[in-house]
Write a new protein. Structure first.
Length: 160
């Protein structure tokens, strides 16, 4: 008999409550600027248990206020890995990492208002190591000055 692969039941389809990974770090983030998580998790560090030991996740950006991205604008991010939780993968300030982003959030070239949501493109592989999130703003303008959020919603599959 063939088993069906289904989304695992949980809280609104998530294995655990979605985790806020970026907040005030994003406020007024300039175009082509980068920022490292420092508020969520433990001083910006996330572990497997932060995400309910899930392997995959959905990502969303919630706008804190008004801003209007240019055509082709997006936010992207990389997990900065650490084997021990104290020394992290090399990054150079205001420079994207030399590998593909771990997540991309495409944005409309249209005005965003407070609480508008933009979903990431595709599912995101969650880190096995301890990690911080390194976010780049490539939306053509600075983000709103307050209230911006990036959330990660851990998902999973099960066979029936």
């Amino acid at each position: 008999m063939v088993s069906q692969i289904l989304q695992s039941p949980g809280s609104h389809g998530f294995l655990a409550t979605p985790v806020t990974v970026m907040t005030t770090e994003l406020n007024a983030l300039a175009n082509n600027a980068n920022i490292i998580s420092s508020v969520g998790g433990t001083s910006g560090v996330f572990t497997q248990t932060s995400f309910g030991n899930a392997i995959w996740a959905e990502v969303e950006f919630i706008a804190g206020g008004a801003f209007t991205p240019t055509a082709g604008g997006y936010l992207c991010a990389w997990w900065l890995f650490s084997e021990a939780g104290s020394t992290f993968e090399k990054q150079v300030s205001a420079t994207d990492l030399p590998r593909a982003p771990d997540l991309i959030i495409p944005l409309f070239a249209s005005a965003y208002a407070s609480s508008d949501i933009a979903k990431g493109s595709g599912i995101v592989r969650l880190p096995a190591y301890d990690a911080k999130l390194y976010v780049a703003n490539h939306c053509g303008v600075a983000l709103a000055s307050t209230g911006n959020i990036i959330k990660i919603g851990p998902t999973g599959i099960q066979s029936s």
